[in-house]
Design a protein around this ligand. Sequence first.
Ligand SMILES: Nc1ncnc2c1ncn2[C@@H]1O[C@H](COP(=O)(O)OP(=O)(O)OP(=O)(O)O)[C@@H](O)[C@H]1O
Ligand SMILES: [Mg+2]
Length: 251
Amino acid sequence: MSNALAMAPPAQLCGVTTTEILPLKVRDIVLRFGGATVLDGLCLDLGPSGCTVVMGPNGAGKSLLLKLLHGLMQPTSGQIFWGGSAPRDVMARQALVFQKPVLLRRSVAANIDFVLKARHKDRALRDVWLDHVGLSHKASQPARLLSGGEAQRLALARALATDPEILFLDEPTASLDPASVLAIEHIVREARDSGVRIIFVTHDMGQARRMADDVVFLHRGRLVEHSPAADFFPQPHSSVARDHLNGRIVV
Ligand SMILES: Nc1ncnc2c1ncn2[C@@H]1O[C@H](COP(=O)(O)OP(=O)(O)OP(=O)(O)O)[C@@H](O)[C@H]1O
Ligand SMILES: [Mg+2]
């Protein structure tokens, strides 16, 4: 791993806020597909900083919630406000990284160049970002030849190169080895510390404990609890969260 990961990202690269995008207010959102209600009356307030970890069993609605917050989907009813704006109106100020990185079939460097050009940013930032995620030595390689962990670091660098105020992560380390997991967490933590608001879905309990400032727990499309991490992990309020943390099957 490059020493670049040990240094904080240059302050001018991340989290520079122009107008307020936070707090986030989610009011009674419902999402239905045909007759199935997959998100059911969700209300949520998120403050201006930190890392919110979203947890819950498979099918609880975590990924759908991220897509609604990002503006990729519309709820059937209810409202979402980012500092008073609808998600679609602030999409460009947010970035989303999925479990499987979606990379351009070009070089590693070209993947960063692409977003810098699209956002009218200085092309010289490419080398800073590649260094930051320890991929400078792979710059001219085709991105498709990267390992899973390297590809995810590139996806993260590309997301951060857009200078997002909000970074959504949907199980970004689900198929990575322990060292790659920690490398990703390190980059995310630095982004958070530089002011990027993080919303992070994970099934990895250790990761949730390492990363969370607060925890949103979903079950069957409902928000069961939203607590500071320091309260949630030792003593979740709900029995479903307790069972989930203890590895018991939650139905
Ligand atoms: N386009 C769709 N049409 C119908 N049902 C859908 C659609 N997308 C998702 N769902 C359903 O909505 C529910 C929540 O899906 P979601 O992907 O948000 O779960 P999740 O909490 O992210 O689960 P996982 O931990 O497995 O990733 C699931 O039951 C899923 O089958
Ligand atoms: Mg999911």
